[in-house]
Design a binder for this molecule. Structure first.
Ligand code: NAD
Length: 433
């Protein structure tokens, strides 16, 4: 099939390359000329494991092209919308300007029988409004909403072999087209849920709300553990054995971040309020508040460990991205902690395997050191805030030889407290004894 993908960021670039792998011919469109120039040359503009190979294969096959001109989407019969839906600057609502612009750009190129497929995460009700606009345009094109569940760091595998595919449709012809698009995944047994627009939009919002709730739940337990001497990791292991609860997403730490969960729960609250159902998701505001409190907790622990002030103390911050195996620092708790410590006058040296470039754009005031040993050298305190494999695997003896004082805050509860304490470290986890 001939496919266009409008918006080639973390979602769209992976989706475009994956569509080629699934046998389609793809044109990726983005308004960012630098991004398009890189993609067209087979260079991945962000870090995502497995994407460079997929992109190069696609570009070399001649079936994956890129353009900044949306009229180049003409001739494709399926058009995916994968543009950003960030939080508005002055409220929690989703900013739909980019989605609206993508639809404006697409309408003139649509032909009868084409299918526009929304993948961006949008407030419930958006798809129905876009369907009405496409209808009014008289093009004879159809709309489907097909939310995306990929996880950064696993985006390629999640796109090629998703754990479920959801179609929000109002015309069964759209289902037929999507079945053709996803034929390979469907043949391998991927569950397919066909529903209406509103349910499809809400599936995505509800999934992220649930995941955020699970993380903030265990972080709330960490807060209680901290004042009772209980251990949240043992608690999570014990409750996680209950199959109804499950152990995944029950790791207490500095909380969630990234380009999805924080803005999606805020947009959900804002949309529920518009719908007169604010109280139905009022708990999400508390989920958000618990999440943000964990960052403060790390800063408070740093102050405590350094004897009442971080001023002019050298702090090695390990990790900047919101999760490992990504370079994404959007709403990253790790970067936020680094910036807060710097704001208190600490001599912060921040390191990250992939996140330095993006962090520097947001916080140029911070000192960045790509070499881990150099970042650790002479530190009065080590703060681990993103659980990259190399930080999890750090040998406490070696770190002890590099730092000025053996103090460590394990903001992700991934280090072995006994191993660090046994070589003289003052170790603090979150909600850990
Ligand atoms: N990143 C994820 O893990 C993920 C997972 C599931 C869903 N989503 C959702 O997917 C959407 C995109 O997220 P992302 O992380 O890829 O964002 P992103 O910011 O990385 O990418 C968005 C891209 O859209 C481009 N764009 C903006 N306006 C455009 C226009 N009018 N025409 C063409 N391109 C345009 C931007 O230049 C940018 O490259 C969001 O709604 C997000 O919530 C993201």
């Amino acid at each position: 099939m001939k496919v266009s993908v409008i918006g080639c960021g973390y979602l769209g670039a992976v989706h475009a390359a994956a569509m080629v792998k699934l046998g389609h011919e793809v044109i990726g469109i983005d308004v960012d000329p630098a991004k398009i120039a890189k993609l067209a040359a087979g260079i991945t503009p962000f870090f995502e494991p497995g994407l460079p190979e997929l992109l190069v294969d696609g570009v070399e096959s001649g079936r994956l092209r890129f353009s900044t001109d949306i009229t180049d989407a003409a001739g494709a019969t399926v058009h995916f919308i994968a543009v950003g839906t960030p939080q508005q600057h002055d409220s929690g609502s989703a900013d739909l300007r980019f989605v609206d612009a993508a639809v404006d750009g697409l309408i003139p190129v649509l032909a009868a029988g084409d299918l526009v497929v929304g993948k961006s995460t949008v407030p419930v009700g958006t798809a129905a409004a876009i369907a009405a606009r496409i209808d009014e345009s008289g093009s004879g094109a159809l709309l489907a909403w097909n939310p995306e569940f990929l996880r950064e760091g696993f985006a390629v595998a999640d796109t090629l072999t998703p754990d479920r595919i959801v179609y929000g449709v109002d015309d069964e012809r759209a289902t037929g087209v999507l079945d053709e698009v996803y034929a390979a995944a469907l043949e391998s047994g991927t569950p397919r849920i066909v529903t209406d627009f509103a349910t499809a939009e809400l599936v995505k919002t509800a999934a992220n709300a649930f995941l955020a709730t699970k993380i903030s739940f265990i972080n709330a337990m960490a807060e209680i553990a901290e004042v009772t001497g209980a251990d949240v990791t043992t608690l999570a292991d014990a409750i996680g054995h209950d199959a109804r609860i499950g152990r995944k997403f029950l790791n207490a730490g500095i909380g969630f971040g990234g380009g999805c969960l924080p803005k999606d729960i805020r947009a959900f609250s804002a949309r529920a309020e518009e719908l007169g159902r604010a109280e139905s998701v009022a708990f999400l505001r508390e989920i958000d508040a618990i999440n943000l409190r964990r960052r403060e907790r790390v800063v408070d622990l740093a102050v405590e460990l350094l004897g009442g002030s971080v001023f002019e103390k050298r702090i090695a911050v390990l990790g900047l991205t919101f999760k490992p195996d990504s370079d994404d620092v959007r709403d990253s708790p790790a970067l936020d902690v680094a910036a807060r410590l710097h704001g208190l006058g600490a001599d912060v040296v921040a390191t990250d395997p992939q996140g330095i470039e993006n962090s520097r754009l947001r916080h140029p005031q911070l000192a960045y050191e790509p070499d881990l040993d150099e970042a650790l050298r002479g530190a009065d305190l080590v703060v681990l805030v993103t659980e990259w494999a190399e930080y999890r695997a750090l040998a406490p003896e070696r770190v002890g030889q590099l730092v000025a004082s053996p103090r460590v805050i394990d903001g992700r509860n991934v280090l072995d407290p006994d191993a660090w304490k046994s070589v003289g470290f003052d170790y603090r986890g979150l909600g850990r004894r």
